[in-house]
Design a protein around this ligand. Sequence first.
Ligand SMILES: Nc1ncnc2c1ncn2[C@@H]1O[C@H](COP(=O)(O)OP(=O)(O)OP(=O)(O)O)[C@@H](O)[C@H]1O
Ligand SMILES: [Mg+2]
Length: 405
Amino acid sequence: MNVIFLSPGYPAEMPLFVRGLAEVGARVLGVGDQPLGSVPIDARRYLSAYLHVPNLMDESDVVRRVAHWVRGISIDRVEALGEYWVVLAARIREVLGTGGMSVNKALTFRDKEAMKQVLDAHGIRTPHHYRCATVSQCWEAAERIGFPVIVKPIAGAGSAKTYRCNDTTEFEHALRQTANVPEVSVEEFIDGEEFTFDTLTCDGEILYYNIAWYRPRPLVARSNEWVSPQVIALRNVKQPFFKDGIKMGYDVIRALGFESGFTHMEWYRKSSGEVVFGEIGGRPPGARQVDQMNYACDFDSFYEWANIVCRKRMNAQIVRKYNVATVFKRAQGQGRIRQILGLDKLKEDFGNWLVWENLLPVGAHRRDWLQTLISDGFLVVRHPDLNKTIEMADRIGTELRLLAS
Ligand SMILES: Nc1ncnc2c1ncn2[C@@H]1O[C@H](COP(=O)(O)OP(=O)(O)OP(=O)(O)O)[C@@H](O)[C@H]1O
Ligand SMILES: [Mg+2]
């Protein structure tokens, strides 16, 4: 089986999916804009071939180059697991005549308005929303919805250029900040807790799902540098609290006709118990949340993803053993990390519940926390008990400090 895989070396979890494909017996043909020498060895060792393209974002150019490259070879799957390449993968499929998600379908995963239109038609509760290309359309939308509203790019990612506006002054500010964005969504602001619903789906059937809890909500985390954002994969997903959210996730997969692979949904639960849909990506969550699933159930979801896309089956029996919290840290100060405080004590106290330490080392340059959720690194802890998990996560938030200068 020949599988084209876009961007095998970036972001950091991609080599693990490449490994999964190779382990289920696929020949992996990588396509990326990193020179081969820059593709991490963990991906390179599993690639049968690699095409270096100048720019993965230049869709027409990449489609042409790939079609030329694989002439005469039969391609069974084209896979892309990063948000920006989901549509590109579909375009390559169309040109090569490979099965899998079409361009039109892929666009409903990328374009937040197109997505919501399909969901609305299927009776799934979305925030009241409008697609706006001009300032006057934005004002009209805000008037119809009433404050507070959210303004965000139609094809956004990472909460970039996303604004909560409580009044006209904040709205004016948001419009100025998004002036260069060709189209925005103006939406009813939904107050509530925010969760993920992530699935491994095979021919439209959900074989595994994961629910993670964002603490605090992503927009709050992205608006306040001092926050150490937490993402907690939950063990007890069968409790009544999640029943409506899970049902909504199943309904969304059906409504959008998703076929096989990973999906990543986000949804809100209001204090009244009402659930509202946020968005879906036709790809796994980022920021090492797939690793989180592995830590929660002690299985290999990278392998099982490959098993599903290549062989339409999953081998693992899912047993939810742990809650898993990832806590992202942002250093205080600018420049290089000079000191890491509090880590030894936390390690001593947490023992084996601390399963992954991935902080930037002393001497490293800080990352741009607005550009990457990973920020200056993270710790992952797990525990069968949710309160114990939260307690550890909160201690990482307050007691672990990275100082930069
Ligand atoms: N209608 C809404 N009501 C309340 N909060 C919202 C709404 N829309 C977006 N947000 C907040 O903004 C964040 C980012 O929005 P959204 O998830 O739609 O965009 P994104 O940039 O694609 O996200 P991601 O970070 O998942 O790539 C959400 O996680 C949520 O916290
Ligand atoms: Mg989102």
